[in-house]
Design a protein around this ligand. Structure first.
Ligand SMILES: Nc1ncnc2c1ncn2[C@@H]1O[C@H](COP(=O)(O)OP(=O)(O)OP(=O)(O)O)[C@@H](O)[C@H]1O
Ligand SMILES: [Mg+2]
Length: 387
């Protein structure tokens, strides 16, 4: 049984592991619906932590902080997939946790993800687990160069990835990931020459109801997502195919919550699974302004087993551009005055104290009758934004 969401005695509280921008935007959806949020994070005053009195700054590795956080929460979810499953098990003894620890075990490791999905018939690049340096040579021999070595866990914004163009680069990559104090187990996968990168958000509740968002195009620079275009400028059957793959992935892992599925579209119109994120995702930020129900609200609805809201676009198109840090220093922009004069553009600043080069500090979403028009507006706004 799920706890009653609207209990006349006390407000329902959603506990979130992590206090970054994803937790902050989830919190905003939760409060709008008359509920509350508890945040646990390493340190106080995180973007979401400052927005609730139920802030636990000791982090989840601190037993007292974790216990108090559990006591304050009715259902627990996460904004970051790198929580040790053993911690999720501890929480799950006392509270419902979504996505479940079992789902999280399947998706925390990129190799396990690919084994799970390729067994289910979902197309993935060629891949293999890498145990020894020789395995890297063998992979290159078998599938050709270039290929991509990835840390199986804890990779984000491309930090765990290395493209190996020829066998002479293997030594360097092996040293980088495997010969430090904390060796990071690797997998290898063939390099996909893609035309576009696609992403689809899927929300699923415990009853198995599914809401599938439009397929979007994501554009990464230096492995970091910079732009999201909704809908993706590709043909209708491909949009549908990407949505089908995304739903199949979430059903395969019995996912409850919202999930972001990243894919590659090749020049031959094949779509390959890249990775799944078990949480709200950067490629779904546009849903706040552009869809009837945002990814954050549907995440709340999914983990509380409420009916899901419509994921459809309520505008012709949308474009989201990340505001990446351009300096080391204050995270507060110098001026947004000219930017705010651009109509139909929403500014999101996450409230991070410190800016670093390339750090995700906020984003802009533009909506319009067409995606192209939205993209133009978003770029105009970006040009006027001053760090
Ligand atoms: N097999 C591949 N072939 C070609 N390009 C790839 C491949 N794998 C990853 N990339 C490129 O690197 C980017 C980041 O890779 P991936 O999604 O695995 O890393 P991550 O660090 O987990 O990502 P995120 O930025 O989503 O946190 C991809 O979006 C894509 O541009
Ligand atoms: Mg990725």
């Amino acid at each position: 049984m799920l706890p009653s969401i609207y209990n006349p005695e006390a407000p329902f509280t959603l506990g979130i592991l992590g206090g970054g921008q994803l937790a902050k935007m989830t919190l905003q959806a939760v409060y709008r619906m008359g509920m509350q949020v508890a945040i646990i994070e390493n340190g106080e005053s995180s973007p979401a932590g400052v927005m609730t009195k139920k802030e636990f700054g000791g982090g989840w590795n601190d037993a007292a902080s974790l216990e108090a956080f559990i006591a304050a929460s009715d259902i627990v979810t996460l904004e970051n997939e790198f929580v040790d499953p053993a911690i999720l098990d501890v929480i799950a003894e006392k509270r419902l946790v979504f996505p479940t620890p079992d789902t999280m075990r399947l998706v925390q490791d990129k190799y396990t993800q690919k084994v799970t999905f390729s067994k289910a018939g979902i197309p993935t690049p060629q891949f293999a687990a890498i145990e020894t340096k020789q395995d890297l040579f063998d992979f290159g021999e078998k599938y050709g160069y270039p290929f991509v070595a990835k840390t199986r866990k804890y990779g984000y914004d491309g930090y765990g990835n290395a493209t190996i163009k020829r066998d002479t680069e293997i030594d360097m990559v092996w040293r980088k990931f495997m010969e430090g104090e904390n060796p990071r187990p690797l997998m290898a996968e063939s390099f996909v020459t893609f035309n576009k990168e696609l992403a689809v958000m899927v929300a699923r509740n415990k009853r198995g109801e599914v809401a599938v968002y439009p397929c979007v195009q994501t554009i990464q620079e230096g492995h970091i997502c910079v732009t999201v275009l909704a809908p993706a400028p590709i043909e209708e059957p491909l949009l549908k195919r990407a949505q089908e793959i995304a739903v199949a992935c979430v059903e395969e892992i019995n996912g409850v919550g919202v999930f972001g599925i990243e894919m590659f579209l090749t020049p031959q119109d094949e779509i390959f699974f890249n990775e799944i994120a078990p949480r709200p995702h950067n490629s779904g930020h546009y849903t706040i302004e552009a869809c009837y129900t945002s990814q954050f609200e549907n995440h709340l609805r999914a983990v509380t087993n409420m009916p899901l809201g419509s994921p459809e676009l309520r505008v012709g198109g949308a474009a989201m551009i990340n505001l990446l840090g351009e300096r080391t220093g204050s995270g507060i922009p110098d001026s947004v005055v000219e930017m705010l004069k651009v109509s139909d553009v929403a500014l999101h600043l996450y409230g991070k104290k410190d800016s670093r080069l390339g750090r995700k500090m906020g984003h802009l979403t533009a909506t319009a009758d067409t995606m192209d028009e939205a993209f133009r507006k978003a770029n105009t706004a970006l040009e006027r934004f001053v760090w």
